[in-house]
Design a protein around this ligand. Structure first.
Ligand code: SAM
Length: 271
């Protein structure tokens, strides 16, 4: 199982909601209105994407939420079942690395994913694109990290920390070597090669004093990942973390984490 906690997903949800591109969700809502079938959210976690997107739909739809973590699926079902924009809600516990067959099982209006594509490999992405093409389904993939991390004020050791973290993001997250920061660009290439039209938009996290807890978790996570990649630099990384935590406590730290959203549409359906 992939090991994302409900606490981490809850912590990031306000930043995710602020960041998701309204141009992309608006286009996806219009496109979905013109299509029959259900909406499938891949790697739904505790349901952040349906909570954000379902109320933007012009009419309620059938939803299928998919994840490999039963506790997250249960929470997602509990919190999303009665949303505007949800006619019926079903959950499916499965390992996405092994199974995408459900996409073609019934008519699919839209496949969605939020903070998922950067975890997957290029080979798995090819399978997802093929499944969407076979089902003639659009894909809305939100919040794909693109490798940009800007910390204000900057420090000289930002570069090694961020470089090592970027290398860690390309490790295996259960789908083979992860695309990490190249995920959105690769998805755009693959969908265009399959004859889809693709719209993209930036969806950066812009984090300041009000996001101190989230920033603290990011700093810890970056250093844990960087230290796994370059253990010989652990003392230098620990010093960086101490300094960054002092700046955070003093309310002097802001962070931008680059993301990209995309909507891939079968050509004749572009809106
Ligand atoms: C970063 S979280 C994003 C969750 C949610 N989409 C959101 O935006 O809050 C990635 C999600 O993908 C799920 N996941 C990761 N690998 C998976 C796999 N192999 N099969 C099914 N779900 C997986 C995790 O359990 C987690 O809920």
């Amino acid at each position: 199982m992939s090991g994302f906690s409900a606490e981490w997903l809850a912590l990031r949800e306000p930043a995710d909601i602020r960041a998701r591109s309204r141009a992309v969700t608006g286009l996806a809502a219009s496109l979905t209105a013109a299509r029959s079938g259900r909406i499938i959210d891949l790697g739904c976690g505790s349901g952040s994407l349906p909570r954000d997107f379902a109320p933007r739909l012009p009419s309620p739809r059938d939803w299928l939420l998919v994840d490999d973590a039963q506790a997250l699926l249960d929470e997602a079902a509990r919190r999303c079942r009665d949303l505007p924009g949800v006619a019926t809600l079903a959950t499916l516990r499965t390992d996405l690395a092994a199974d995408l067959s459900f996409i073609g099982e019934r008519s699919t209006a839209l496949v969605t994913a939020s903070a998922l594509l950067d975890l997957v490999s290029d080979a798995w992405l090819a399978r997802l694109v093929a499944a969407c093409v076979t089902a003639r389904a659009p894909l809305m993939a939100m919040l794909n990290v693109d490798g940009r991390i800007d910390i204000d004020p900057p420090l000289p050791d930002d570069v090694p920390v961020i470089t090592c973290f970027g290398a860690h993001q390309r490790g295996d997250k259960g789908f083979g070597p992860a695309l990490g920061p190249t995920a959105a660009a690769r998805a755009v290439e693959r969908f265009r090669a399959a004859g889809y039209g693709v719209k993209t938009a930036r969806s950066d996290w812009s984090l300041g004093a009000e996001d101190a807890v989230l920033i603290g978790h990011l700093l810890d996570g970056w250093i844990a990942a960087a230290t796994e990649i370059a253990p010989a630099d652990s003392i230098r990384f620990a010093r960086w973390l101490t300094l960054r935590r002092e700046q955070l406590a003093a309310g002097r730290l802001s962070v931008r984490v680059g993301h990209e959203d995309l909507l891939a549409m079968p050509r004749r359906e572009q809106v």
